[in-house]
Design a protein around this ligand. Structure first.
Ligand code: BES
Ligand code: MN
Ligand code: ZN
Length: 500
């Protein structure tokens, strides 16, 4: 899709012409007056008849009827102008992009509120790219959409014929494009079914990102995972013919200055989680193709990192495996060592995520990060606690947790801090090994986090349980059903905060 900055008005040719309006702008806005005149007064009448007041989350659609080149003119209400943030702008642009696609259009023209502030331009780019996303790779014939939104012009108030986009607006546009493309890459990886996305394919995806942006990539296959001593990742991957992979993708700023921070993002990469011998029930098992969403977010974030080149050293570390029942599968009662050295008694083979993460965190720790962050579709209990739209955040450093929650707010992603309750730590005591890997059923998301904490040493660490929002069975404003790309935007905002 090509997104450009330019003049948009009544004479603009597009399938959909979308004007974003704050309540105060509705009666005085010159763009709307120009449109109303061109449409022979129809706009005013429609506003009155439909009682459209530009309240937030409302829209008014009128037809162009050949009076303006646009097929449809849509007003998106933003609410009171003092309260409009880039998140509202992004949501409205996403709706406009989705509408253009459902109307089988290819061209969209947007008018931003105010004077096209850089943050709104970025929000518009994010909105159109995220809102128009569809996963159609496996559709054929009539099922495959023949037309896709491919041209977007972003304009703003007071952009006369001669108005030129500023350098700041242009930078904001490329930034928005880079982050949204990363989110969409994450969605593609998550939506791909498990037969198309075994651990080796996930490693290829990382290699494509590395090649496109000149990043460094290290991949360990099963033999090397064993040789490295990643006994827990090996144990989880044993039951599948699709070999596990350990993936390490890294970016270093060209001229690292003294205070340059190092961040490691670890992702759970279960390309399919059947539960193993502790097999899951059939209902909903198919969703477990998305059990690599943490890994997908880590790999996809690196694409944006490679494009935006922040002044932060960033590593993505992924433990990828397929959890299957098999003659060679790991069993409840088994005891394994780990990269860290601690031994672990297996209780339930469906609690595989924390095992692969334990080895990945032990590896990541050796990189001596300033901040160690992991993202995982870790527990069903997290969905019970917070619902489907909000991820849990755990951490051992209040300042880091606060920074991350703030980044999530700016990114518009749902994140809620949860406590590492010491009283639940007892549940992880084993009689025969250093640790059991599951505790009490109650507080299941917390005890999973407590298990991970055993492997982070004294790093400043955050754990995000994204089991809810990573994959949804209904569409949201920004995302169709399926993979949402959750976590990418927050992580990238967090990095921006670090690189200043
Ligand atoms: N991948 C699942 C968690 C999950 C559930 C993610 C639903 C997304 C949606 C994880 O591996 C798992 O099976 N966890 C178990 C842990 C239990 C056996 C201690 C769970 O939550 O039931
Ligand atoms: Mn599981
Ligand atoms: Zn899992």
């Amino acid at each position: 899709m090509k997104v450009t900055l330019g003049t948009v008005g009544a004479s603009t040719t597009a399938d959909v012409l979308a004007v974003l309006v704050a309540e105060e702008e509705l009666s005085t806005d010159p763009v709307l007056q120009e449109l109303d005149e061109a449409l022979g007064g129809v706009l005013r009448v429609a506003v009155k008849d439909e009682e459209f007041t530009a309240r937030k989350d409302t829209a008014l659609v009128v037809q162009g009827y050949g009076k303006v080149p646009a097929r449809r003119v849509v007003l998106y209400g933003l609410g009171a102008s003092a309260k409009v943030t880039p998140l509202e702008v992004r949501a409205a642009c996403a709706k406009a992009a989705r509408l253009t696609n459902t109307e089988k259009g290819t061209g969209l023209a947007l008018v931003l509120p105010g004077k096209g502030a850089a943050l709104d331009v970025r929000a518009a780019a994010e909105g159109v790219l995220l809102g128009s996303y569809r996963f159609v790779r496996h559709l054929t014939g009539d099922r495959k959409p023949r037309k896709d939104l491919d041209r977007v012009v972003v304009g703003w108030r007071g952009a006369g014929r001669e108005a030129r986009a500023t350098a700041e607006q242009k930078r904001a546009l490329s930034k928005g494009e880079a982050v949204a493309q990363a989110v969409n890459l994450c969605r593609d990886l998550v939506n791909e079914p498990a037969n198309e996305m075994p651990p080796a394919r996930l490693a290829e995806a990382a290699s494509e990102v590395a090649r496109a942006h000149g990043l460094t990539l290290r991949v360990l296959d099963r033999a090397r995972i064993r040789a490295a001593g990643m006994k827990l990742l090996d144990a989880v991957g044993r039951g599948s013919r699709n070999e596990p992979r350990f993936i390490h993708l890294s970016y270093k700023p060209e001229k690292a200055r003294k205070g340059t921070r190092r961040v490691v993002l670890v992702g759970k990469g279960l390309t399919f989680d059947s539960g193993g011998l502790s097999i899951k029930q059939a209902a909903g098992m198919g969703d477990m193709k998305a059990d690599m969403a943490g890994a997908a977010a880590a790999i996809a974030s690196m694409a944006a990192v490679g494009a935006l080149k922040p002044d932060v050293e960033v590593h993505a570390v992924v433990a990828a495996a397929e959890n299957m029942p098999d003659g060679d599968a790991y069993r409840p009662g088994d005891i394994f060592g780990s990269l860290d050295g601690k031994t672990v008694e297996i209780i339930n083979t469906d609690a595989e995520g924390r095992l692969v993460l334990a080895d990945a965190l032990a590896y990541a720790r050796k990189l001596e990060p300033d901040y160690l962050i992991d993202q995982a579709t870790l527990t069903g209990a997290c969905l019970i606690a917070l619902g489907t739209l909000t991820a849990a955040l755990y951490g051992n450093d209040d300042e880091l947790a606060g920074q991350y929650l703030a980044a999530a707010r700016t990114a518009g992603e749902g994140l809620w801090r949860m406590p590492l309750l010491e009283e639940l730590r007892d549940g992880l005591k084993s009689d025969v090994a250093d640790l059991k890997h599951t505790g009490d059923r109650y507080g299941g998301s917390i005890s999973a986090a407590l298990f991970l904490r055993e492997f982070v040493g004294d790093c400043k660490w955050l754990h995000l349980d994204i089991a809810g929002p990573a994959f949804l069975d209904r569409a949201t404003t920004l995302s169709p059903k399926g993979g949402t790309g959750f976590g990418v935007l927050t992580f990238l905002h967090f990095l921006e905060g670090l690189s200043g």
